[in-house]
Design a protein around this ligand. Structure first.
Ligand code: DX5
Ligand code: ZN
Length: 239
């Protein structure tokens, strides 16, 4: 059966104190640390023009810029926790080697940018010693990830985005639970992760739909007692 994995999103932590924040979360009972890797931001004019001229070709998957392999490498020296890396980047293949060397544990790429080469990508992730996962944006139909779960070298986790990727602190999209239910029905033992807007008020819906890996940024780091939130998330998934 699938076990709960509570993964605080370090995007909501104090990046200037990342090692201490990571230790605090693990000490409070977190299973994984969720690391959001994003590629470049772009000026407003490019928002309008580049998607038309170069859809998904320009190295800008989301309108935000966070961290990369150097930060993972630094953090790895301070913790042996499972680093659940979520790559919101246009060219995931370019990051596999660097992330593996840096000490990433899981490598989750987006299906929207891996339409042709996903099998090669998954094989490379696995042979580099990381656990492969695939993520899908709110607008992407769940059927698109089925071939990756059923592939010769399959992904070992599906991450269902419950907000548009790019930023923490957004509102949970409850209609994404249809995707989680469909995945859980088809794949009883698959790790299914939900990411975006998860917290005490939305965990019931996610757990009931069948999610077992729970990413939570603002609800954990913004709470007076983050440990209570982590415990509540786990207890709800275990129910
Ligand atoms: C959004 C990221 C999330 C984000 C979640 O693009 O993938 O991991 O940090 O933050 P909250 O839990 O605040 O929605
Ligand atoms: Zn994420």
């Amino acid at each position: 059966a699938v076990s709960p994995k509570i993964a605080p999103s370090m995007l909501s932590s104090d990046f200037a104190n990342l090692a201490a924040e990571a230790k605090r979360m693990i000490d409070l009972g977190a299973n994984w640390l969720h690391m959001d890797i994003m590629d470049c931001t772009k000026p407003l004019a490019c928002f309008i023009l580049t998607p038309l001229l170069f859809p998904l070709q320009d190295g800008h998957f989301v309108p935000n810029l966070t961290i990369g392999a150097p930060v993972i490498k630094s953090l790895r020296k301070h913790t042996n926790a499972y680093l659940d890396c979520h790559l919101m980047v246009t060219n995931p293949m370019d990051y596999v080697e660097g992330m593996a060397k840096a000490g990433a544990s899981g490598f989750t790429f987006h299906v929207e940018v891996a339409k042709e080469n996903w099998q090669e990508l998954v094989e490379k992730i696995k042979s580099s010693g990381m656990r492969p996962g695939v993520a899908l944006k709110p607008g992407t139909p769940v059927e698109e990830v089925y071939p990756l779960v059923e592939g010769k070298t399959p992904v070992e986790m599906v991450l269902v985005m419950t907000v548009e990727p790019g930023f923490g602190g957004q509102k949970f999209m409850p209609n994404m639970m249809d995707k989680v239910r469909a995945l859980r029905h088809k794949y009883p033992t698959l790790d299914i992760e939900v990411d975006g807007g998860l917290g005490p008020s939305t965990i019931d819906a996610a757990a009931a739909a069948g999610a077992n890996c729970i990413v939570a940024g603002s609800s954990v780091f913004g709470a007076p007692e983050p440990g209570d939130v982590i415990s509540l998330l786990r207890a709800t998934v275990e129910k």
